[in-house]
Design a protein around this ligand. Structure first.
Ligand code: SPV
Ligand code: MG
Length: 295
């Protein structure tokens, strides 16, 4: 029931007049901090998960690692209807692999999965001169149909990498419309151009009556959430990798200062207190258990 509730909540949030904003996460702690900050959903990011294992985002981690992280994040959130939008990359193979994973990710707590039209194994979309090879439209339609057939409630978001692969606007729109025809609930259109013109052009030519678009404005951060909302086509904005990038910047800074300062005192003001960490670990719940049951 809780899982269905999160899919219902996400459907309501995909509002083209007021897009939902999802923050990336790579573990339960970062997901809880994103929920606490006021984001509407969690992006269970393959890029962040790979980075947290210090490996490239190139289909190296097994499906079970993605699944277990999804389950851990879902279990850790107090609000069981808080939506998780889960990045399942290419679906870990063909339409048969997709049919296998969908019920598992739904059971783990996903409100939506995003499946991309690249070949397995994939390469990161953001990588300079990355290997961006797409499957045929027909093959990807089969993967979307297989996903839809395996879940009544979870949203299936189809992601086209046509712009990332340099195939142009016409091919991107052709693919996106074909994926809607196959049953996609929304279309994630990705661009790695450093200015927003490419994505704006796609959004402007996307038919008004069509399913909502999903954007990941990592490469063109100058496009504000207000600018995106004004397009009237986007239902979800994903902050793709800001949890891991914030963590790396902060750890590098603090680690470097500790050695340079010859001790811990200098960073004390700039890091979370131990009591804050206790709180994030659910210490108050454990205190209640201690009081009620420990004899
Ligand atoms: C991710 O966060 O894993 C994504 C977004 O898929 S991107 O890295 O920009 O491809
Ligand atoms: Mg990804």
């Amino acid at each position: 029931m809780a899982r269905q509730a999160s899919a219902v909540a996400l459907r309501k949030l995909l509002n083209k007049s007021k897009p939902a904003i999802a923050m990336a996460s790579h573990n339960p702690l970062s997901a809880n901090l994103a929920a606490e900050a006021g984001f509407n959903a969690i992006w269970v990011s393959g890029f962040e998960l790979s980075a947290s294992y210090a490996v490239p985002d190139a289909s190296l981690l097994p499906m079970s690692t993605h699944l277990e992280m999804t389950r851990s994040i879902a279990e850790s959130l107090a609000d069981k209807s808080f939506p998780l939008v889960v990045d399942v990359d290419t679906g870990f193979g063909n339409a048969i692999n997709v049919a296998y994973i969908i019920p598992r990710f739904e059971a783990a707590g996903a409100a939506a999965v995003v499946i991309e039209d690249k070949h397995f194994p994939k390469d990161s979309s953001l990588r300079t001169n990355g290997r961006q090879v797409l499957v045929t439209i027909e093959e990807f339609q089969g993967k979307i149909a297989a996903a839809k057939a395996k879940s009544d409630s979870m949203l299936i978001i189809a992601r086209t990498e046509a712009l990332i692969a340099g195939l142009g606007q016409e091919e991107a729109q052709r693919r996106a419309l074909a994926y809607v025809e196959a049953g996609a609930d929304a279309i994630l259109i990705h661009s790695k151009q450093l200015t927003p013109e490419e994505i704006l052009s796609f959004c402007r030519s996307w038919p008004d009556e069509q399913v909502p678009l999903v954007l990941v404005p990592t490469s063109y951060p100058q496009l504000s959430f207000t600018d995106i909302t004004a397009l009237g086509k986007v239902g979800l904005i994903i902050c793709g990798n800001h949890a891991i990038r914030a963590s790396v910047a902060s750890m590098r800074n603090v680690f470097g200062r500790i050695l340079k300062d010859d001790g811990l005192a200098g960073v004390e003001e700039d890091i979370a207190s131990v009591s804050e960490i206790f709180e994030l670990q659910g210490d108050s719940a454990m205190r209640k258990l201690e009081k009620d049951y420990l004899r």
